[in-house]
Design a binder for this molecule. Structure first.
Ligand SMILES: Nc1ncnc2c1ncn2[C@@H]1O[C@H](COP(=O)(O)OP(=O)(O)OP(=O)(O)O)[C@@H](O)[C@H]1O
Length: 233
């Protein structure tokens, strides 16, 4: 479970200071698939970055299960991220000179597991995303949708409890977007991994269980989970 209490975050200082998050509070249950929507500049990316420990909050609390993310030092935060979180980005962020298999192995190797274990977990993850026959392909030899599948395999290979996705369909055509969102929904259900997706795409939001709406640094909708709001496409 993710619990967020009275988060505040300001970017910049003095006259250039922008209050990107103002008293943001909500919770997300284990196994939920949630989208975050809102106008450009409303604070979505800032929220995802502080939740995932990429950036720090000024005040407030972020709990993931029993761990206070806001209270971890940099070393503990990096360890927690490697062990419990997966990341998916709009631009895939794959390493161009590594194959699909090697890309998916990176986070597992980074947390100190053996090459053999990393290979097994990465291969299994690539099979789950339908790329079991493309293990040796480089990113340049795959389509956009396939590259995003490799990124998803990399995110799930370490069996994280939560996956953060920032505009995961932003670079894809309608058909590939639908496939990626269907895949995330399937993985959410089969692995019981919590998935939090920042998106501008109403079709992506429709496929999630709940949409947290942001406006001018505040959460203005979707704080509470409605009973019966599950609506996987
Ligand atoms: N590093 C930064 N320095 C200064 N201001 C920033 C920085 N990052 C974000 N901001 C400001 O904080 C506010 C929230 O930005 P954020 O990127 O979180 O919004 P967003 O909802 O993700 O927008 P978009 O949909 O355009 O990506 C905006 O006013 C933005 O200009």
């Amino acid at each position: 479970m993710i619990t967020v209490q009275q988060l505040c975050k300001t970017h910049g200082v003095g006259n250039a200071a922008v209050k990107a998050l103002k008293d943001v509070s909500f919770s997300i249950e284990r196994g939920e698939m949630v989208s975050i929507m809102g106008a450009s500049g409303s604070g979505k990316t800032t929220l995802l970055q502080v939740l995932s420990g990429i950036d720090r909050i000024d005040s407030g609390e972020i709990w993931i299960d029993n761990t206070p993310i806001h209270g971890l030092n940099d070393k503990k935060l990096s360890e927690f991220r490697l062990k419990h979180m997966g990341f998916i980005f709009q631009a895939y962020h794959l390493i161009p000179v590594l194959s699909a298999l090697e890309n998916a192995m990176v986070p597992i190797l980074a947390r100190g597991e053996s090459k053999k274990t990393a290979k097994e977990k990465a291969e299994s993850a690539l099979q789950q995303v339908g790329l079991g026959d493309k293990l040796d392909r480089l990113p340049s030899e795959l389509s956009g949708g396939q590259n995003q599948r490799v990124a998803i395999a990399r995110a799930i290979a370490g069996q994280p409890s939560v996956i953060w996705a920032d505009e995961p369909t932003g670079a894809l055509d309608t058909e590939s977007s639908a496939q990626i969102i269907g895949l995330l929904g399937m993985l959410n259900q089969t692995l019981n991994t919590t998935i939090v997706i920042v998106t501008h795409d109403p079709n992506v939001a429709k496929a999630t269980m709940r949409t947290i709406v942001m406006s001018n640094g505040r959460v203005t909708g979707g704080v509470e989970k409605e009973v019966g709001a599950f609506r996987h496409a």
